[in-house]
Design a protein around this ligand. Structure first.
Ligand SMILES: Cc1ncc(COP(=O)(O)O)c(C=O)c1O
Length: 367
């Protein structure tokens, strides 16, 4: 069968929607960005006298060391590779390990990039079924048993997002450890932790804690989410030094620019910004859940900075209605969740606008 590759569809862009609907104000709650920017980062960007004619540092050791220090688990700069978003790291892992004889296991409803980059290597894509909780029908978790059952002699790579987008679920490190123990060690496993910083660091552990134990794992992290740097494109991968050195062979030397590197270093140290971002996220989540409950809309639980809610047959009419009001959310048909929409947890004013128009839609449609 032909390996048809679908293009990744990003969230709609604010300017296009302003023009299309002739709107002054449009807000975007479609791509899980932090609604805020660290003041320290902003002040650096606004006051920087950097010479744009110079190439950036191709191997920023200091930033690698700062990242290693911030994540702990006895990681050093040798365990880190910086990328143009964590997307670049995902792509490097796939490009350097996967070919047309490989099978790649991807849990159903996963981040679409996994499938796109694997298909570009002509790999065979194997989709594993989600975990259904009998007691909670609004749960679509990553099902490690279902992944295990899909393993064959050709399996080369497994993707696990933890927490997962767009389903919002998290699996404990104990489960991941047991899973890694049970599979053949020639299979590579990517644990994508783009949303990790939204978890409770006192309770939830990172898969980075397993890197010294398993040579076949890579963990990816992003500066696009809680660190608020989506536009600058910066993320990183963590693995044992051998794996990292292999990825570096495939990487373009200047894929992260000077501002991305400096801003990442500043954001990493701005602990009060991270704390405020987490608090805003927590408050927004409580507010959204309350409104969804009031409107009798069901939703998937979330450990992230978005919430996926079920609209049923109304999902495209609600999506289009919100667009005409200047609110961009994310349809999930591409994720095989056509009855759902995903909304990012935004700033208090953006959330207010979303809630106003969500209520407007339901009052107009239940008259
Ligand atoms: C699960 C997941 N992984 C990775 C990414 C990519 O993030 P980055 O901006 O670091 O490339 C995203 C972005 O939305 C995501 O949802």
């Amino acid at each position: 069968m032909a390996n048809i590759i679908k293009k990744y569809t990003p969230g709609f862009n604010i300017h296009d929607i302003q023009k299309k609907y002739n709107l002054k104000k449009v807000i975007k709650l479609a791509s899980n960005e932090n609604p805020f920017i660290s003041k320290n980062v902003l002040s650096f960007i606004n006051n920087s006298k950097h010479n744009l004619n110079l190439y950036p540092d191709s191997n920023p050791h200091n930033l690698h060391s700062e990242i290693a220090k911030s994540i702990g688990y006895r990681m050093t700069d040798k365990n880190i590779i910086l990328g143009n978003g964590s997307n670049e790291i995902l792509e490097l892992i796939v490009r350097s390990n996967i070919d047309n004889k490989s099978e790649v296991i991807i849990p159903k409803h996963s981040f679409l990039v996994y499938e796109i980059i694997s298909k570009l290597q002509n790999a065979k894509i194997i989709i594993s079924k989600p975990e259904n909780d009998k007691n909670n029908k609004n749960y679509l978790g990553v099902n490690l048993t279902a992944i295990y059952e899909k393993i064959s002699k050709n399996t080369k790579l497994i993707f696990i997002a933890n927490p997962a987008n767009p389903t919002g679920t998290y699996i404990s490190i104990k489960h991941i450890d047991d899973f890694l123990k049970s599979i053949p060690k020639k299979i590579l496993v990517i644990i994508d932790e783009a949303y990790f910083e939204y978890l409770d660091s006192n309770i939830d552990k990172s898969a980075i804690s397993l890197i010294k134990k398993y040579k076949n794992i890579y963990v990816t992290r992003s500066f696009s989410k809680i660190y608020g740097l989506a536009s600058l494109r910066v993320g990183y991968g963590v693995s044992n030094p051998e794996n990292i050195n292999k990825l570096k062979l495939y990487k373009q030397p200047f894929s992260t620019n000077y501002f991305a590197q400096k801003a990442a270093s500043i954001a990493l140290k701005d602990s009060s910004f991270i704390k405020e971002s987490k608090k805003n996220n927590h408050d927004a989540l409580q507010q959204f859940k309350k409104i969804f409950d009031e409107l009798k809309i069901t939703y998937l639980g979330t450990y992230c900075n978005f919430i996926t809610f079920r609209v049923g047959n109304n999902s495209s009419s609600l999506f289009n209605y919100l667009l005409t009001k200047g609110v961009i959310v994310r349809p999930l048909t591409n994720y095989k969740l056509p009855e759902y929409l995903r909304v990012s947890l935004g700033s208090p004013s953006d959330n207010k606008l979303f809630i106003k128009h969500l209520k407007g839609f339901y009052s107009e449609n239940t008259k």
